[in-house]
Design a protein around this ligand. Structure first.
Ligand code: ADP
Length: 593
């Protein structure tokens, strides 16, 4: 694929916050009962946790009032029981939470796979498989970690914090206000930090990568560095990278060194405030000593859920970004217009007045007109970058033309239902994939019900006789730990799949380029025999292919400049004839065999 200038990242869209919220709500609704149970159990656990400090306050008041030891014992026992209840409820809540997280993660994964499989090939090619893979691995893992741990933890902590604050407000609104004051400090500190943390950590990551890159490049090229006397320059470059790292790390250290002390102080302020205000209230008889102590203990308790939230907030932020990328997949452009209900009347391909440009760049196909008759063998030749591959992709319905039309039997090719399209037209390029499994698995993909005899016939048709030498034949395992086919053999497996798929029209984009010239010619002839009566459009890198074809189209600079049979074009004595003569003049390997 010749698309070096194409940016390969950030092509797949990213979901907006509103779309993420909707997606998250939908996921919650899908497992609404578990989610409600998780919240309910957490609320119960938090409620049980609140009883302890209140009972402690009661003990103080009772002791002050001269209560008996038995009363204090009973209250102390109650503290123990409620503590135990809180522990058990919290454990059960987290069990329910984790199950909810796992099920939701499974849904996210399934949805990702469905969406990734539904993406049109052209979208994946342009976005680069790297982006898609990262979303399916790193991003899904980040969301998974949140669903499993951080999400439930933060939810539990949030419920606890709300309950604690609510209780202090109930005891005395003024004391509740002291708690909120402390929280405000944390709120502002965290906002300040988060605002700066993401760019700072990104810069630190980039500086680390740059340093690693410099060191690796210097060591890998040590001999060249020495031979050219570049030591000083390399040392300077590495020092500069180290300095960038130092600056980036100092910055993140500074951010942490502001956040944590502010948070620590913010935990103490409400407790101190409650003791002060509560003391005054108690002095004036507005509040019992027990209530003051209970409030102070509650606010002290508040630091625990807040700590959890603070620790997880960064992870939540980064997994939020991952979720936006996963959800973004659903916003990717879909496979062109809705599948056409029309059935092609025959297999004639018509390219009419077609212009095509990649992503708003200049046209790489200009005013192309071409008709390929059913059963015809057409070779397309021309210099690299002339637009041959692009034309092949339009003929195979992978891309749609910017202007004009590409039709099969009168119906736009790209509008055909994918299954219909693949029965009619198959594009074979140099990119072949060998799937894990046996040779039989690899070839049978094209025709799941094909018997061994058919598989062998297809493999023989493409000249894959190396299979006869394998002791396990069709049952030979391919891939790691098994037999590793080389490029040419992988290509033959792909071609055997095509023979089995038996499409009406075959577009070969340098499909035999990896084979040695002799095998390539043999394979092409064998294929032609198998596919006799089929239409074959071959983008040819060997003029022999053009010689054997019914007609040859010569492409130059996005246009078809010559079109006719080999003999006609040689007689016309233009570019093709010159090419043929210069090629034929030499003793090429392909013709000598
Ligand atoms: P050929 O097959 O004749 O070598 P191509 O069809 O591959 O020619 O390319 C035609 C032109 O389109 C070239 O200028 C190439 O750089 C450009 N091109 C090909 N693929 C892409 C792509 N994915 N994105 C942007 N430009 C591309």
């Amino acid at each position: 694929m010749s698309g070096a200038s194409q940016p390969s990242t950030a092509f797949l869209p990213i979901a907006e916050p509103a779309q993420m919220r909707r997606a998250a709500l939908r996921l919650i609704r899908l497992d609404g009962r578990a989610f409600t149970a998780m919240i309910f159990l957490n609320a119960l656990a938090a409620g049980a946790g609140l009883v302890g400090p209140w009972l402690l306050g009661r003990i103080i008041d009772q002791v002050k009032a001269g209560a008996e030891v038995g009363t204090v014992d009973r209250l102390a026992l109650a503290i123990l029981l409620f503590g135990l209840a809180q522990l058990l409820l919290a454990r059960y809540a987290s069990y329910v939470g984790h199950r909810f997280g796992e099920r939701t993660l499974a849904r996210v994964r399934e949805q990702y796979t469905e969406r990734a499989l539904a993406l049109p090939a052209s979208v994946i090619e342009r976005a680069g498989t790297g982006d898609l893979t990262t979303r399916g691995t790193t991003d899904v893992a980040a969301v998974g970690a949140t669903l499993r741990d951080s999400g439930p933890d933060v939810l539990i902590a949030g419920v606890q914090a709300l309950f604690i604050l609510g209780t202090v407000f109930t005891l005395d609104p003024l004391l509740g206000a002291c708690g909120v004051l402390g929280l405000l400090g944390i709120w502002f500190a965290v906002r300040w930090y988060l605002h700066r943390a993401l760019p700072a950590y990104l810069a630190e990551g980039a500086a680390n990568s740059a340093l690693a890159e410099q060191l690796a490049a210097t060591t890998a090229g040590a001999r060249t560095v020495e031979a050219l006397g570049l030591q000083q320059r390399r040392v300077e470059a590495c020092q500069e990278a180290v300095e960038r790292c130092r600056r980036a790390r100092t910055r993140t250290l500074f951010l942490r060194s502001v956040l944590f002390p502010v948070v620590d102080v913010s935990y103490v302020i409400p407790v101190a405030g409650v003791l002060l205000v509560g003391g005054v209230l108690h002095e004036h008889g507005g509040m019992s000593l027990g209530a003051v102590i209970a409030s102070a203990l509650y606010l002290r308790q508040l630091s625990q859920p807040l700590d959890v939230i603070l620790q997880r907030v960064e992870q939540l932020q980064s997994s939020g970004a991952s979720f936006a990328r996963i959800e973004g997949l659903g916003l990717a452009p879909q496979a062109g217009p809705a599948a056409s209900p029309l059935i092609p009347r025959d297999d004639r391909l018509d390219v009419s007045n077609v212009c095509y440009a990649y992503d708003g760049a200049d046209d790489v196909l200009r005013d192309v007109d071409l008709t390929v008759r059913p059963g015809e063998r057409l070779a397309i030749v021309g210099p690299s970058g002339a637009g041959k591959t692009t034309l092949g992709r339009l003929l195979a319905g992978i891309d749609t033309p910017r202007t004009g039309s590409v039709t099969v039997g009168g119906v736009p090719v790209a509008g055909l239902d994918p299954d219909q399209l693949r029965q009619r037209i198959v594009l074979v390029t140099q990119e072949h994939h060998v799937f894990l499994g046996t040779i039989r698995d690899n070839v049978q993909i094209a025709a799941p019900s094909a018997a061994d005899a058919e598989l062998c016939a297809a493999l023989a048709a493409v000249g894959a006789d190396w299979i006869d030498d394998l002791p396990d034949g069709l049952d030979t395992e391919l891939g790691q730990g098994g037999y590793r086919p080389d490029g040419a053999q992988a290509q033959q497996l792909a071609l055997a799949r095509v023979v089995l798929a038996d499409p009406h029209t075959l577009i070969l984009d340098e499909a035999t380029a990896l084979l040695d010239p002799g095998t390539a010619r043999h394979t092409e002839r064998a294929l032609a025999a198998v596919l006799s009566g089929r239409t074959v459009v071959a983008i040819a890198h060997r003029l022999q292919t053009a010689h054997d074809a019914d007609r040859v189209a010569v492409m130059q600079d996005g246009r078809i400049t010559e079109l006719g049979s080999h003999d006609d074009l040689v007689t016309a004595d233009r570019a093709y004839a010159a090419l043929w003569r210069s090629w034929h003049g030499e003793p090429p390997a392909a013709t000598s065999r």
